[in-house]
Design a protein around this ligand. Sequence first.
Ligand SMILES: *Cc1c(COP(=O)(O)O)cnc(C)c1O
Length: 383
Amino acid sequence: MQTPPRPLQMVDLRAEVAALRPELDAALAGVLDATAFVRGPFVRQFEADLAAYLSALDARAPEVHVVSCANGTDAIQIALMALGVGPGDEVVCPAFTFVATAEAAALLGATPVFCDIDPESYNLDPARLAEAITERTKAVVPVHLFGQMADMAGIRAVCEPRGIPIVEDAAQAIGATRDGEAACLSGAMGTLSFYPSKNLGAYGDGGAVVTTDAVLAERARRVANHGAARKYYHPEVGVNSRLDAMQAAILGVKLPYLPGWTTARRLAASLYDDHLRDAADIVRPVRQPGARHVFHQYTVRVPERDRVAGALRERGIPTMVYYPEPIHNMTAYAEGWAEGDLPETERACAEVLSLPMHPHLSPTDVAYIAETLTEVVGTPIAA
Ligand SMILES: *Cc1c(COP(=O)(O)O)cnc(C)c1O
C-alpha cells in the first residue's frame, strides 16, 4: 500500500462531532434556554457525573470531589495553591512533559526541580526521586504521560515518610488505573485537562482539580473563585478560573462515551503492537504491571526519528513529537541545569514519535500506518 486508505489525522474531532451532533445540539440549546452560562446547574451536574465516573474506577470506591476550572494548567496551579505552595518552595516534577506541569509551579514563585524518567514508562522514576527532594520540597507532581499511570506506590513510598503531598498531573490519563487505583485518586490531588484533543475533550478549554480530601476540595474551590469565602469576601488571594456551562454541557454529553472510546483506543494500540511486534528497531509502548493504559498517545521510539517522521508525512501519515525539548533545557527553566543532567529525559526527546491515535481509527488505518512505519524505519539513508 502506497497511499493511505483515507486521510489520516492525529485526532478525528470531525467524526466525533458528526456522531454526537443531535445530542450536542440539544445540550447546547438547554444552556441557551436556561441562560445559566457560568457556574450553575450544568457545571454542578458535570462535576457530580465526573466524580461518580472516577470513583467507580477505583477499587477503594472513594468519595471524590471535583472542582472544575478553566483549563488543565490552571488545575495544577490551583492544586498547588490549595497545598500552600509559594515563593521559595520547590516542586519536583519530570522534565519530559508538557511545559504546563513546571509552569504552574513557576507561576507561584516556586522552583520546579526536575527528576529523570524511567525509560520504559516515560514517567517519573521513583528510584531517582529521593535525590531531587530537599527540605524545601513542598509537593511532587508526577505526570501520567501518554495515558499510563506513573508508579504511584513507588512515589508514595518516597513522599509519605517525608510528609510531601503528591499532585498527579492526569491531563493525559483520565480513566487510567493501576493496581486498583484510578488516576487523580492516588495522591493528595489530581488534575485533568479538557483541551479538545485530550481523551475527554471539551470544544474549547476546561479543566478540573480532583481529590478525595473534602478539606483540600474546599480550599481548591475557594482558590479557583478569587479566594472567596463567600460572595464578595476574599480572605486570600485566588484566581478566576471557571469551566463555563457550554463546555460543561458538552462534556456531559461526551462523558458516557468515554469508556467505549477508551476501549477503542486500547484496541487500536493492541493492533499497532501486533503489526509492529517483529520490527526490530521500533520500540513499542511498554505496559507497566497492573496498569490499564488509556493511550492518549501511542508513542514509539525509532532511530533517525526526524527522517522517519518526514518519510511518513510524504506517505500521508501525520505524526507528532511529544516532546522535542526537555523542560530543563528551556530558557525560562534552565537556570542551574545543563544538557546531560537528565539522560533518559533527553534520550526520550530525541527518539519518541507519536502515531495517530483516536477512537475512530480503523484496523485498516492502523495496518497502513504500522506497515508504512516498518518499511520506512527499515530503509535508512545510505551512509
Ligand atoms: C494538556 C496538558 C496540560 C495542560 O492542559 P491545558 O488544558 O492545555 O491547560 C498539562 N499537563 C499535561 C501533561 C498535558 O498534557
